[in-house]
Design a protein around this ligand. Structure first.
Ligand code: GTP
Ligand code: MG
Length: 202
């Protein structure tokens, strides 16, 4: 898929403020600071479409972007952000869970996980919740440029093993990405294209 246009649409403070109807949506979600906004900018080839920050918790709203006039890319706030109050964290949690569970036009949520670290309880619990809630997901292992291939591979296998152990029978599609090296771009965009155009995407 070529990105011909990518524009910011709107930020929503909560799920209920989103318009009910709309184009197909693909969402990006993961722990705060995992690289969501960077991945979005890399995919769309727009430097500052989504705001990035070295300080966790930058994205606090549901941000919507229109891509090619065809589909909406949704940047969700990070989960498990420790530096905010419990109340604020709970509000983010509700907002994310409502969106993922209720959004009819959601075609796939890309769950971003840091490739440098072994599987964390918070990510595994979130993946389990997605499975139980029947949210269509794919996994993206981010920041692969930051550590050795062997380390990334090891963590990937640990993640697979952890999910099987937790009762997963079939694992979601898994991508690896680097916003710095632009890895994973073609694969993720092709995946989106195939969901949008199932018959032409062979
Ligand atoms: P929040 O919105 O705060 O939840 O964070 P986010 O998940 O959107 O992360 P963001 O894209 O802002 O990136 C966080 C930090 O990681 C920034 O300093 C980025 O420059 C860095 N980063 C993101 N992706 C990559 C990557 O692929 N490689 C490297 N080396 N750094 C990355
Ligand atoms: Mg962000």
């Amino acid at each position: 898929m070529q990105i011909k246009s990518a524009t910011f649409v709107q930020s929503y403070p909560e799920f209920s403020s989103m318009p009910e109807k709309g184009l197909p949506e693909f969402a990006f979600i993961g722990r705060s600071n995992v690289g969501k906004s960077s991945l979005i900018n890399m995919l769309t080839e727009r430097k500052d479409l989504a705001k990035t920050s070295s300080k966790p918790g930058k994205t606090r709203l549901i941000n919507s972007f229109l891509i090619n006039g065809e589909w909406n890319l949704i940047d969700l706030p990070g989960y498990g952000f420790a530096q905010v109050s419990r109340k604020t964290r709970a509000r983010f949690g509700d907002m994310i869970q409502d969106y993922l569970k209720e959004r009819r036009q959601l075609h796939c949520a890309f769950v971003l996980i840091d490739s440098r670290i072994p599987p964390q309880a918070i990510d595994l619990e979130f993946l389990d919740w997605c499975a139980i809630s029947e949210v269509p997901i794919a996994i993206v292992l981010t920041k692969t440029d930051k550590s050795k291939n062997t380390q990334n591979q090891e963590n990937r296998e640990l993640l697979r093993a952890a999910l099987f152990k937790r009762g997963w029978e079939e694992l979601p599609e898994l991508f690896e990405s680097s916003a710095v090296k632009r890895n994973g771009r073609t694969e993720i965009l092709t995946y989106i294209d195939r969901i949008l155009n199932p018959r032409t995407g062979n």
